[in-house]
Design a protein around this ligand. Sequence first.
Ligand code: CP
Ligand code: NVA
Length: 313
Amino acid sequence: MSVNLKGRDLISIKELTPEEFFQFIETAVSLKTGLNMGQRPDILKNRTLAEIFQKPSLRTRVSFESSMTHLGGHGIYLGPDDIKLGQRETTEDIAKVLSGMADVIMARVFENKTVRDLAEYASIPVINGLCDYEHPTQALGDFLTIYEKYRRFDGLKICYIGDGNNVCNSTIFSSALMGTHITAVTAPGFEPTEEVISSAKAIAERYNTGSIIEVTNSIEEGIKDSDIVYTDVWASMGQEAQADEKKKTFMPYQVTLDVFNKAKPTAIFMHCLPAHYGEECTHEVAHCPRSVIFDQAANRMHSIKSILALVTP
Ligand code: CP
Ligand code: NVA
């Protein structure tokens, strides 16, 4: 039975049910299959997406814009210097103005509160295109990639190695919803917060998914028996000033081919990209035969298309 997601915001993976999460995946599979057969259904004909970007982007921007083109609609890029969110105008006023002109908003922002405020004041759906706390559209593309490789989620084990922030958090919440086990391996002091871990455990318990969620500072401990090894940059966008310091702290957590080989022999390597080779991972591991980083990148578009198709009124 499908769930009606029209008009819904997508701010956090935490706010989805397992059925809703899987509906995004199933719809992405179906739209991807259709596109491969040459189908571009114009289900968002005459619809406009407003894209607010406080930070740079390759995958997210092109995925949202290509998706709108494929579905017969249009995307308008609003970069940092275009609207100066919070400086030239308040978040509340921007949300209310866009609600009178566009059909759906995506926002890549620094603070979670900004995207939450947009959702609160907008009368049209708001999609979180990354903030400090989560990257939900990334997680949906990643789980589409995992589904294509394994045809299931339950019982698989993800080992996330890196900073315990946005991408890590969305991967943890998705795992909790889908019954996937996950161990976050971070440098000491960079673990996902207690709030994230307790919320994820509560999700796993509420839906009885069987997901086991763990945190450690030991790669050896975390990577054992993993089906998926996932990493992300050490210094996220906006943390450039801390890059040198984080590099020193995280160097023991670099994913090399030797590290990857400690996971299951069938394991896949994932990275949300952009990658900083020689830091969180080597070029060799990211381009090895079991790396799926470019499937992941392509699946950003298919999953974002699914989100737009399902939530846009
Ligand atoms: N993974 C991701 O969000 O890429 P961009 O920053 O290029 O959008
Ligand atoms: N953690 C990274 C993810 C980039 C897609 C960042 O926030 O920059």
